[in-house]
Design a protein around this ligand. Sequence first.
Ligand code: ADP
Ligand code: MG
Length: 685
Amino acid sequence: MNRNTPIMEVKGVGEKTRRLFEKLDILTAGDLLGHYPRDYETFQKPVLIKEAPCGEVSAVYVQVTSIPNQKKVRNLIILNVNVRDASGTMQLTFFNMPFLKKILKPGGYYLFRGLVQSRGASKIMEQPKLYSYDEYQKQTDRLKPRYALTKGLTNQTLQKTVQQVLSLYEFEEEYYPMELLEKYHIIPYKEAVFGIHFPADAEMLSKARNRLVFDEFFSFLLGLRKNRDLTEGLKNAYPMFETADTVRFLEQLPFLLTNAQKRVWQELRQDMGSPYCMNRLIQGDVGSGKTIVAVLALLMCVANGYQGAMMAPTEVLAMQHFETISGYTREYHLAFRPVLLVGSMTAKEKREAYSLIASGEANLIIGTHALIQGKAVYKSLALVVTDEQHRFGVRQREHLAAKGKDPHVLVMSATPIPRTLAIILYGDLHISVMDELPADRLPIKNCVVNTSYRPKAYAFIAKEVAAGRQAYVICPQVEEGELEDVENVVDYTEKLRSALPADIQVAYLHGKMRPSDKNKIMEEFAAHNIDVLVSTTVIEVGINVPNATVMMVENAERFGLAQLHQLRGRVGRGEHQSYCIFVSSKEQKETMERLEILNKSNDGFHIASEDLKLRGPGELMGVRQSGAFSFTLGDIYSDAGILKQASDAVEQLLLDDHELKKEEHRLLREHYEQIRQGSVDFRTI
Ligand code: ADP
Ligand code: MG
């Protein structure tokens, strides 16, 4: 069995399970091993009742002090029982488990494990699990993997299949040279894969994760260096001059550019007129107005007689840019002749777009990665702007090179990254920072609340809608089942429809919908035919509906702070006062503390660094901080140390053997080529 063995060949996987795996993008044994646990369940030693923290899962070894009391409420059988240990007392509640009445005897000792909650001055546990003392002892301090699932697939099945595969898998030979493993204290790949799925203890897990994160960073940075080799000192094949078009456009715009926008626009003009090809990143916090600067560059490009392209990570965002720029074009009589190109267009629509692009009739092409990966042949592509997250890897460069001479490249990102990391992660680009928001913005008002606040929040949303505004509500998952105890878009929408006045239009949006449906919903929301949009994080990047003033995030504790900051960035984009409501379903102290950082600050850089301080670099498998780089495990903030090591290792390697020609680097070269081939560099949401 190897990475390409179809998952069907694993014992116990039939057609039904295969289809469930497919939903999780697991087609082969290799895919399965790459489906790392989402987190781990730990069975810690039992604690005293007094010491069991509220809001956390604990195990207690206690004596039953009352006869179980059973009552029926509607079709629910509720069983209450009192327990105590040397430190205090507690009440346990069970639902629909009538048989426990016979098992739990007053005076007997039992071990229960569950979420401890406060009720008034006392503590309770609802629906705890019952263990025998010995059975529990065996599990203590072991880490049990918990995987991302899909409806119909249990954690148990997934875990068993991983075990099966691991027992038969023929691992490739270790591809890093020995010295590298030693220098960076990295464990072999095989050990790491075992360790990430079935860690013996926290230390093993940490080592396994370190190795896999190092791998992700290493191959990313190797690609980056190859990219730099390709772009450094590249001659400007499309020299441009400033024309009256951009000056006129700026005069007509209803607002003045901020000083930061002016400065960056100046840098872009200089780059595109210089002897060298532009490779620039604009880093600017959400709402700083990056789009308009890109539009200016594109306008200068078409005014010089060339074609420009603008690429977005999602179709939803591509459509939005298309609408915005088409609107400017009509209103200000700009020289753009825009065309849209996205994957979900019909074959006929695509053919029409291709022909406009090839003939040069279209001079501005807006879309997703279909722009460079599809069959489009450009007449004179001179500038490619990529908005949010998309950056050119070596592979895209190759695609582009096949389409003509190297164009100028402008990348825009809202990911707040400290300078030291930006130099590593964007080593192939010049960086412009846009550190100023338009002057008319009112700071967003935030609150962090628990679920009991919901009725108030709904009343508030209703009030804002009545005043003509719109709202977003974010849930972590699409439908019931993938994660436990987490709100989902589909059910929540129903809930919200019945909680809000009937004349309020509520609709939902998520990543699993057909692209054309997604686009339709987004258009309807932008046109204000929808008042409240319940969504997953698909709207996280780039979406701009300035009339939306409320952002409510359910299960906020499940998101990284940088991600929450991005979500918040969807409101406060116009002149209206905007609000953000973070709903946490956990009352844990740390969760509240983290969310408080957001409450106190609207500055992306500040939030990212405070979050890092609070979590400490040692925290394992935390919530993901940023989707800006599509690493599976690695997190550029909390794994900054590993990132620096990987960067160092790549430098050393290339210094020693630039082409990876030496025999001791053969396996590494082969591995790198293999993953480069298999990888799609773009996130397709
Ligand atoms: P981001 O940097 O997050 O991509 P956008 O480019 O989408 O932000 O801009 C957000 C909103 O701010 C848009 O509606 C845009 O028209 C507006 N905007 C941009 N620049 C200015 C400015 N200088 N003054 C006022 N509003 C601006
Ligand atoms: Mg944007």
